[in-house]
Design a protein around this ligand. Sequence first.
Ligand SMILES: Cc1cc2nc3c(=O)[nH]c(=O)nc-3n(C[C@H](O)[C@H](O)[C@H](O)COP(=O)(O)OP(=O)(O)OC[C@H]3O[C@@H](n4cnc5c(N)ncnc54)[C@H](O)[C@@H]3O)c2cc1C
Ligand code: FES
Ligand code: FES
Length: 478
Amino acid sequence: MISSTVKFLLNDKILEIDSPDPNQTILNYLRSDLKKTGTKEGCAEGGCGACTVVVGELVKGEIKYSSINSCISFVPFLNGKQLLIVEDLISNNGSLHPVQDAMVKFHGSQCGFCTPGFVMSLFSMFKNNKKYETELIKDSISGNLCRCTGYRPIIDAAKSLNKVEKKDVFSKNKRKVIKLLKKINPKNTFINSENKKFFSPKTINDLKSIIKKNPNLNFLAGGTDLSLKVTKERKEISCIVNLKEIKELDFIRINKNYIEVGAATSLIKFENKIKKYYPDFYTILKRYGSVQIRNVGTIGGNIATASPIGDTLPILLSLKADIVIQGLNKRKLLPINNFFTGYRKTKLKKNEFIYSIKIPLFKKNIFKAFKISKRFDDDISSICGSFNFEINNNKIKKVYIAYGGMAAVPKRAKACEEILKNKPLKISTFIKAKDYLDKDFEPISDMRASKEYRLEVAKNLLIKCFVEINTKKLTRVI
Ligand SMILES: Cc1cc2nc3c(=O)[nH]c(=O)nc-3n(C[C@H](O)[C@H](O)[C@H](O)COP(=O)(O)OP(=O)(O)OC[C@H]3O[C@@H](n4cnc5c(N)ncnc54)[C@H](O)[C@@H]3O)c2cc1C
Ligand code: FES
Ligand code: FES
């Protein structure tokens, strides 16, 4: 059965929207259609957190809460979910939610413009965790900007939640909401409204039929890149095919040789799995956008954008990952090194999509990765360097190095690798090798960094890598 209705819970009430405009953001729907103006618009590009709302979804029979940026999520995303907005946090008798109460007590708000967003980010943290350590708090609000209060009072407010009763009105209402979520479990969706089409298939087979009939479609995963066409470029997307409802694309399989990650797996889910195998991959993912971005953004989306500054790309290149590409008739494997063909261009053909990514597990290798950005959190890389060394008897046996932000595509440093191979692990080897980066890359100057800065930092990262390997110590600021 196919439905043209988006059905979701606004707190604990079922709302149905028949044939919504598939390009309308949740933020615009809330403010313009529902006249709920607590949720604010700051940047309209996922960068300030003023528009943060929380969605509840059923995961293994329990409600999992996720903060998202409503400014870059389209209305059909709500299908089958619970939407919680700042207006819902005050209970019927007028008492504040513990998160709001803490913000008042610790003076966490001045002008108040950012406050609903902070409150919703902290609400999601409050509901998903039992203890609120500083690291968790900082991570939870890394996608929220405040221009006047400053962050200390907000962090103090969050810490005080350790001492409050965890059962809130939402805990009491939980059974009812779970029942309602089960009731509104969405079907295959097809919306045709305002000359725009939106498909949300549930299986790969359904997806293939849609692809056959709609040659000019746009795949939508987390939308953290695609939606900006609407919110920033002011363009319309006439045909969207949502991949996020296809369970076959949302998985993480691990065997002794590799980790395979389904293309529509969220970055937040992936970061927790990869930590054990490649801690630096985890560290970089922790600095990828914000929790709101990683809650929806996917690894497949990051690869498909082919951005020269996509954070996972140099890492996947140095780990020699393979991309599994699904066509209408067959599935094929392509080394990621052969995937990028030019600025934001890939080998994907019209009828193809990314099914998964296979990341080899180099158990004996040393893997390191460094992200350099202007701001620590919620900022895109100026340069990202990734290093994978096999070292035997103090000699470099194999080496795979890749950089982002150094060329039109994320790219391996082949000349530098060649000079390091079969050489002793000592500083003179690395000092010689770093100058080969001049042969590998001709970076450009842009708003993030000058070409001179990029080359200098890329070389320094290689030396940093040697120092960390040689001393067996991390030389990290944070
Ligand atoms: C505020 C903000 C902060 C950000 N910070 C970072 C950062 O720190 N590091 C970083 O690397 N990026 C960052 N980004 C960029 C963005 O998060 C990435 O490009 C993201 O990975 C895209 O994934 P998505 O799932 O949201 O893709 P979408 O936006 O849904 O799709 C992106 C593109 O990929 C295509 N696509 C998606 N899935 C598939 C598939 N399975 N097969 C074929 N094509 C597909 C879509 O059609 C579209 O063209 C940021 C973005 C924002 C808005
Ligand atoms: S309005 Fe800034 S993140 Fe949405
Ligand atoms: S209280 Fe004014 S921006 Fe945060």
